[in-house]
Design a protein around this ligand. Structure first.
Ligand SMILES: [Mn+2]
Length: 435
């Protein structure tokens, strides 16, 4: 696929938005670093390098210390850090699909990079090479500008949607392999390797540290260990891939045939509820409303399964559903897995906090075409969160015998990546992973 026309159109849109952001926040120019690597404290090893997301938004070049210089009305300048090096491999630039979008200068040293930048007047700097940027007279990471740019990152261009879709397709391949390994009795570590092998990358090139949880570990929301325990009854696999640094974030819960039928019934109910939530994503709808509807449906699922006795409305009012689903319905997805600006209501930095009954909601945005979000309801048996209800005034409303029998099975979550379109939505994940 020739990505050049898609990318050049993306760059045009992004530069126009950056010009608007600079005008709105009082700057004449913008300098962005791809970033300096991070070295662990009292160690000589570096963390796997992540490009500064603001930089990545304009330019897909890999590696640290490159700098972009943007000025309204001018062609964007890329100063490419290209040292001679025999310790680490330095590849020539070649002719990547994006190169024609930039005026490219090569600099063999950091001093040469920053000499090429010079001292642009009234300009802002985004990145972590702050000493260099300060010496160049730049204003460091101004909040008004980053917020304005963050808002714009929620609207994905066709180039970005193509990358997110490709990341979803790749993640789906990993999920198919992981599920197959689980059903053959594999351990958490082996399931993880099956995922990574199918995606064809290194661990740190995944979208995030994989959550590969058998049984009770599924109730630790960000469980990252990989046990050698095998022949599990429940697999909660939450993992995604990256394409050109855009992430997918997919979760599937798979049961072994001998799994408890009551747990299987809840998973079927959660699947229906998740598909209804996905279908509800439309332009003009506040994401928080869909979260609220999902909580109501979860209330009726839990009460019809006999876990507690309450109407859905009462279950929300008294917080009965919250220990079973303590996180938000989803989040924006982009270069960052939990993408920015979920709680903004305007590019000027005005925020819309979540309502008190749904404090963990990560996005309160009103959905618009071009937004990409995850939809990921879950249902967990988390002893720590159940304790206040077990000991509280409404304890008799819960079936603790049933709950205690389900606690060893951990939890379940189903997560798809959904693009908001002009007329509704596209569930990117189901196109590649139908179930
Ligand atoms: Mn997620």
């Amino acid at each position: 696929m020739n990505l050049t026309p898609l990318f050049l159109e993306h760059l045009k849109v992004r530069l126009a938005y950056a010009e608007k952001a600079l005008a709105a926040t009082g700057f004449d120019g913008l300098v962005i670093s791809s970033g300096a690597p991070f070295t662990y404290f009292a160690d000589d090893q570096q963390a796997p390098f992540h490009t500064v997301p603001h930089f990545r938004h304009y330019c897909p070049i890999e590696g640290p210390h490159h700098v972009l210089k943007l000025r309204p009305g001018e062609r964007p300048q890329l100063i490419r850090y290209a040292p001679e090096d025999f310790w680490y491999e330095q590849l020539p630039l070649g002719a990547p699909f994006w190169a024609t979008g930039f005026e490219i200068t090569e600099a063999p040293t950091l001093d040469a990079v920053w000499e090429a930048i010079g001292k642009p007047a009234h300009s802002a700097y985004l990145g972590n090479e702050t000493e260099r940027a300060q010496a160049a007279g730049l204003e460091l990471n101004p909040a008004s500008l980053t917020t304005y740019l963050d808002w714009g990152r929620s609207y994905k261009t066709p180039y970005e949607i193509q990358a997110l879709e490709a990341a979803t397709a790749l993640g789906a391949k990993g999920h198919i392999a992981g599920r197959k390994a689980f059903l053959a009795g594999a351990s958490e570590l082996e399931i993880h390797y099956a995922f990574v092998q199918a995606v064809g990358c290194l661990d740190h090139q995944l979208a995030f540290g994989s959550i590969t949880a058998l049984e009770p570990k599924g109730a630790t929301l960000h469980y990252e260990h990989k046990r050698s325990y095998r022949n599990g009854k429940v697999l909660l696999l939450d993992c995604g891939a990256r394409v050109r640094d855009y992430a997918s974030d997919i979760t599937r819960t798979t049961l072994a045939p001998e799994c408890d039928a009551r747990f299987a019934g809840l998973l079927k109910g959660l699947e229906e509820l998740q598909q209804q939530a996905c279908a509800a994503l439309q332009p003009g709808v506040p994401f928080g409303d869909i979260h609220h509807q999902m909580q109501l449906k979860l209330g009726s699922l839990l009460s019809s399964a006999g876990i507690f006795k309450a109407s859905p409305e009462e279950a929300i009012e008294r917080g009965f559903t919250r220990p079973f689903m303590p996180h938000g319905l989803g989040h924006h997805l982009g270069i960052m897995v939990h993408d920015v600006a979920g709680r903004l209501s305007s590019p000027d930095g005005t925020t819309q906090p979540p309502p008190p009954e749904h404090p963990t909601l990560r996005t309160t945005r009103i959905l618009e075409p071009g937004h990409v979000l995850t939809v990921e309801p879950g249902l967990y048996f988390i002893p720590m969160l159940l304790r206040p209800f077990r000991e509280g005034e409404h304890a008799s409303r819960f079936d603790w015998k049933l709950i205690d029998e389900l606690i060893p099975l951990g939890g379940m979550r189903i997560e798809d990546n959904v693009l908001i379109t002009a007329s509704g939505n596209r569930n990117l994940t189901r196109e590649y992973l139908p179930n």
